[in-house]
Design a protein around this ligand. Structure first.
Ligand code: ADP
Ligand code: MG
Length: 355
């Protein structure tokens, strides 16, 4: 096994730079998820790691080898794509061992590895079928089987669950996680779905427009987002960002309507500085003294109630785990739990450090 070190990596297509010096360290055996909106450069970075795309600047190291100029087949990686990319005229078993045959592995090695992967993925009943005779989830499992038989140093996944329906996605994400707990193969997994990232990753890399915004464990990103992009990208529904100013004398956030929210710690901000109060929907509670908001829509889902509200010109979302008897048009007062407050500079969107 081996770790991966991505160092100051840049990518240009013609004159256009789409990746601006990306650094990511993946420890041996770690499961790292690259997440970000469509077009931010996830696939490009994965394909550069795989060797399917040239690297314009910087280095990518797998184990102790810089692989910039090493062809894909010699990088000891296995990639799983969103489209599965199975050979339609080969059976499941043939699909799974094809790469091993190309490598001219001995027959007994091929047999053992196929058996092993078949067992891990429960594919026994399907070995003689063709891809068209399989469901989407089964095809995805074959694509994974094809990666497993190669026993690579690194697994690379590019949105492998995006073509599955919601229920199957949840199941497959658990299976991939279980698989990783069992095989402990270094994994770089790409998705645009923050829930997938949060549930699967040891470490998440949040990207935007060819830049890394933040790297951390799922809970580090949830608890300490470094800017408003990460704050609103991680967590569902998104964090509320309420406009106001900082009052130094009161050490409080003062909303546009004049509501004051005392702060538990003092932020590195000037008196009167325009700031944003970040508060997650699940951290708002009903309280007479809180900010005033009018309910526009109530969505009860059984386990929780999601409420959309208007606070002046701003929209706020709150989530309650207790049942609530709310009606549209009703005015309520909400307070953030003090220890769950996030503060950002309005201009830069950067998190305000604590003094
Ligand atoms: P993601 O996988 O995060 O959706 P990509 O890595 O596919 O994003 O793309 C990142 C950026 O690079 C996008 O702006 C995209 O338009 C651009 N890009 C990707 N492939 C090419 C290409 N072959 N030629 C020119 N631009 C490309
Ligand atoms: Mg992509």
């Amino acid at each position: 096994m081996a770790g991966v070190i991505i160092s100051e990596v840049r990518k240009s297509y013609g004159q256009v730079e789409v990746m601006h010096g990306v650094n990511v360290d993946i420890a041996d055996g770690e499961f790292v998820v690259l997440v970000g909106p469509s077009g931010c450069g996830k696939s490009t970075l994965l394909r550069m790691t795989a060797g399917l795309e040239s690297i314009t600047g910087g280095t990518i190291q797998i184990g102790d080898k810089v692989v910039n100029n090493i062809p894909p087949k010699d990088r000891d990686i296995a990639m799983v794509f969103q489209s599965y990319a199975l050979y339609p005229h080969k059976t499941v078993a043939e699909n799974m061992v094809f790469a091993l045959k190309l490598q001219k592995q001995p027959a007994d090695v091929i047999k053992t590895r196929l058996q092993n992967a078949t067992e891990i993925l429960d594919l026994q009943p399907y070995l003689d079928r063709y891809p068209r005779q399989l469901s989407g989830g089964q095809r995805q499992r074959v694509a994974m089987g094809r990666a497993i038989v190669r026993d690579p140093q690194v697994f690379l996944f590019d949105e492998p669950l995006s073509n599955l329906d919601a229920k199957l996605r949840v199941q497959m994400r658990k299976e991939i996680k279980e698989l990783h707990q069992r095989l402990k193969t270094t994994t770089l997994f790409v998705t645009h779905d923050q829930v997938e990232a949060m549930t699967m990753a040891d470490k998440i890399v949040v990207m935007q427009s060819g830049w890394v915004e933040q790297i951390g464990t799922p809970l580090e990103l949830y608890d300490n987002p470094q800017n408003t992009f990460v704050a609103t990208f991680i967590g569902s529904p998104s964090m509320n960002l309420i406009k106001g100013t900082y009052s130094g004398s009161k050490n409080a956030f003062v909303g546009l309507d004049g509501t004051e929210q005392p702060l538990p710690l003092s932020p590195a901000a000037e008196d009167g500085q325009p700031i944003l109060l970040g508060i997650r929907p699940e951290h708002l509670t009903l309280s007479d003294k809180g900010l005033e908001a009018t309910i526009s829509v109530v969505e009860p889902t059984g386990s929780e109630t999601m409420v959309f509200l208007r606070h002046g010109n701003e929209e706020i979302v709150a989530v309650f785990h207790e049942r609530q008897d709310f009606a549209p048009g009703q005015t309520i007062h909400l307070s953030p739990r003090a220890e769950t407050i996030h503060l950002f500079d309005q201009q830069t969107g950067e998190r305000l450090a604590e003094e």
